[in-house]
Design a protein around this ligand. Structure first.
Ligand code: MN
Length: 738
């Protein structure tokens, strides 16, 4: 039955040996034997099975088990469960077999893992309902989630063996769910690796480019770092502190994320390098005190930036992270971040949750995590919410940092940063939320939208005649408040949608129109909407009216108005070159420029242009157009994770006719004649047209916003290049819509 070649067998044996070597040296003989037994069980169960890469399947569970012990720091039960995690799903063995061999606890963990089987191993993808199940098991045994993360990490590390379509799907999911989850559980190293690999597959070119730039920065800053670190070492040695100090570059994904969210070029990300000091605490003195002592040694040497001190020693993050961060002015007038951690804090930072078990010092950290798990299970109780809504709300909570506020009687209420008085009300009780009319914060009357800050004492004022308001959804931040308000509106919403639909159908009938896709396209364009549901709802609420229906229907689609630019329409044609999904992305949807009426449209959120990396979304409920998103668009990532079966690969053919609007921003040193040079650079380039240009100049610095029509990303790249060559121009970039 076991038909591996001799080389393969020795490769498997080697992998197991590495796993055995990575186990804690203090592990008992019995436990070692149990792990060996689990390995042999898995080996027999998976038999001749192979991974997509052609490797023996058993290498996967071994690798997952190694991550579980080495990188997360979990114990024997978890290692056994990791070895067996794919057995029940993929082989003839059942949960009963597992229980007979390894006991009930292992059965429960394997059962959890089997239930939440993700995209890689099977053909389905991680759906929101699956995710909900995943969280239910989290509240039962957090090890299930930790092993699942290890499984995902190994699948990401070996993603190269899969077809492009799956790479995009899986890395999208990872970015959307698994990385935030790792963050929430405090597994920073894993979170960061998941993000980096995802970026590598989502945006290969961006990744390569940033990787090169960061390596380069690291090389040239070796000397700089030495100059910075040497004096600090001197001080630490003088104080007989035992420590480790080193510079480390920011993760590629973090750099990219910063550039995107702050809309800045690479050169302006000033904290590419951080210096970390990890010290061995002296006995008898609190670690917190020792952190601040080192802080003061560093500030004796370098000037600190007061608004960039982060004290997670006094108040650990909700996920358990502890450290003291500061930013100081280093040599050559460069800001540099310094992170101070004890050895224990460092371990927690790397391994997250699991490390807490190892250091059962204060109850506070574990308490924080327990509180969070409790919140998740509360949220799971709200059964009225659909899975997708649940997922959305839950996602909101993953990245939040927390503040502590107080009730009038001094009860602690922890809320995400940015939470309002109304969130506080819902945190106390759903009914308090529904009936809230205002609040007193520190004895002062404030509206419900008031943003709380840490330490606020909050009293909620209620009224029996109050009911939840629509606008409240914009005010609240917590998943709990959102879901409470949404479920209150659920019924009302259904009625409004029905009313809106009937209203529209009656009106169309009167004008002798049928509700077909061309009618909806015109209505969507008119009211700037994306879905029928939105349209019905807005009609139901009388936010939009059909007064001008006749006129709207007579209007020519805006797409046709683009003919002003001397351009023509395009259309798509599906080309199923190959039905075999594993033959790479050959079955991609082809986006063509053509004469016919298109049945795909470009998403407004991210406004892709030909040449961008894109995916297509088909709404399963309607037969509407396929919507084309950039593959890195946040909305696309959401769709990939929640409705992967509706996502199709899309590819551009050469686009040379139709023009697309993009926005470019440029800045630099202002000078006479600059506007002129900009316009002439644009007009000199064929295939590009300018729609508008806006230049603002202040204190000798200019900022220009240009709305440009281009055919594709090549045009755009050429244009950016020629603008960047103009005298005085510092940076030019495309404005990415999000
Ligand atoms: Mn697996």
């Amino acid at each position: 039955m076991f038909e591996l070649s001799v080389e393969e067998k020795s490769k498997v044996m080697e992998a197991y040996q590495e796993l055995a070597d990575s186990l804690s040296p203090s592990i008992s003989k019995t436990n070692k034997e149990l792990i060996w037994k689990a390995y042999n069980f898995a080996l027999k169960a998976h038999g001749n099975e192979r991974r997509k890469s052609g490797e023996p399947y058993i290498l996967h569970p071994i690798a997952v088990a190694k991550i579980v012990t080495e990188e997360i720091g979990l114990g024997t039960k978890s290692v056994i469960s990791a070895l067996l995690h794919d057995v029940v799903e993929d082989t003839e063995y059942s949960l009963d077999d597992i229980e007979n061999e390894f006991g009930e606890k292992i059965r429960i963990i394997i059962d959890g893992l089997t239930k939440i089987k993700g995209a890689f191993d099977s053909n389905s993808s991680l759906q929101s309902s699956t995710f909900r199940k995943l969280l239910i098991t989290l509240s039962e045994d957090v090890r299930v989630i930790l092993i699942k993360l290890a499984d995902r990490l190994h699948n990401m590390r070996t993603l190269g063996a899969l077809p492009r379509k799956k790479q995009i799907k899986i890395s999208g999911e990872t970015l959307y769910l698994y990385a935030p989850l790792a963050h929430r559980l405090g597994l920073y190293a894993i979170k960061s690796e998941l993000e980096n690999i995802s970026l590598k597959y989502q945006e290969p070119e961006v990744y390569r480019d940033l990787n090169n730039r960061i390596n380069h920065t690291e090389k040239i800053s070796g000397h700089f770092l030495k100059k910075f670190i040497e004096p600090i070492k001197g001080k630490l040695d003088e104080q007989k502190i035992s420590y480790d100090i080193f510079g480390r570059p920011k993760a590629i994904y973090s750099v990219w994320h910063k550039m995107k969210t702050k809309n800045i070029p690479f050169e302006q990300v000033y904290d590419i390098l951080a210096v970390r000091i990890i010290f061995k605490p002296k006995p008898g003195i609190a670690e917190k005190t020792q952190c601040w002592y080192i802080y003061s040694l560093v500030t004796d040497l370098f000037k600190v930036k007061p608004d960039r001190i982060r004290d997670w020693v006094s108040n650990p993050k909700a996920n358990g992270y502890e450290a003291l961060h500061m930013t100081v002015m280093g040599p050559h007038g460069k800001w540099i971040e310094v992170q101070i951690r004890s050895e224990r804090m460092d371990k927690i930072a790397e391994r997250g949750f699991a490390a807490h078990w190892e250091y059962k010092t204060g109850e506070s950290v574990e308490g924080e995590l327990d509180k969070w798990i409790k919140k998740v299970s509360d949220l799971l109780q709200s059964k009225e919410l659909s899975d997708i809504e649940f997922l959305e709300d839950f996602k909101l909570n993953l990245f939040e940092s927390e503040i502590i506020t107080f009730s009038p009687k001094g009860r602690e209420v922890s809320l995400p940063n940015g939470a309002t008085a109304l969130d506080f009300a819902y945190e106390i009780h759903t009914q308090v939320g529904h009936k809230a009319i205002g609040a007193k914060v520190n004895h002062k009357l404030v509206p419900l939208s008031y943003k709380l800050i840490a330490g606020d004492q909050v009293e909620i004022l209620t009224s029996d005649i109050q009911t939840p308001q629509y606008g409240w959804l914009d005010i609240v931040r917590t998943a709990r408040a959102k879901s409470a308000i949404k479920s209150a509106f659920k019924d009302q919403r259904k009625k409004l949608i029905a009313k809106g639909q009937k209203d529209l159908e009656d009106n169309l009938k009167e004008l002798n129109y049928r509700p077909n896709s061309s009618v909806f396209r015109k209505l969507f364009e008119e009211f700037d909407l994306q879905t029928k549901e939105e349209l019905y709802l807005k009609l139901g609420r009388e936010i939009v009216t059909l007064e001008n229906l006749k006129k709207i229907l007579k209007k020519r689609s805006k797409k046709k108005q683009v003919k002003f630019w001397g351009l023509e329409l395009f259309s798509r044609r599906t080309e199923h070159v190959n039905e075999d999904t594993d033959s790479n992305s050959d079955d991609a949807f082809i986006l063509r420029e053509d004469q016919e009426d298109p049945d795909y449209r470009l998403a407004k959120c991210c406004a892709p242009i030909p040449g961008d990396d894109v995916i297509g979304y088909t709404n399963p409920d309607t037969s509407e157009d396929i919507i084309i998103h950039k593959s890195n668009c946040p909305i696309a990532l959401k769709l990939i994770s929640s409705q992967a079966e509706s996502i199709i690969q899309a590819k551009w053919t050469a686009h040379k006719v139709m023009a697309h609007l993009v926005q470019i921003k440029a800045d630099g040193i202002d000078r006479i004649g600059l506007a002129n040079d900009l316009t002439s650079a644009i007009s000199k380039q064929l295939d590009v047209n300018i729609r508008s240009m806006h230049i603002e100049s202040r204190d000798g610095i200019f900022e220009a916003e240009l709305d440009i029509y281009v055919h594709n990303t090549d045009d755009l790249a050429n244009l950016i290049l020629s603008i960047s060559k103009l005298k005085g121009v510092e940076s030019v970039k495309r404005v990415e819509k999000t």
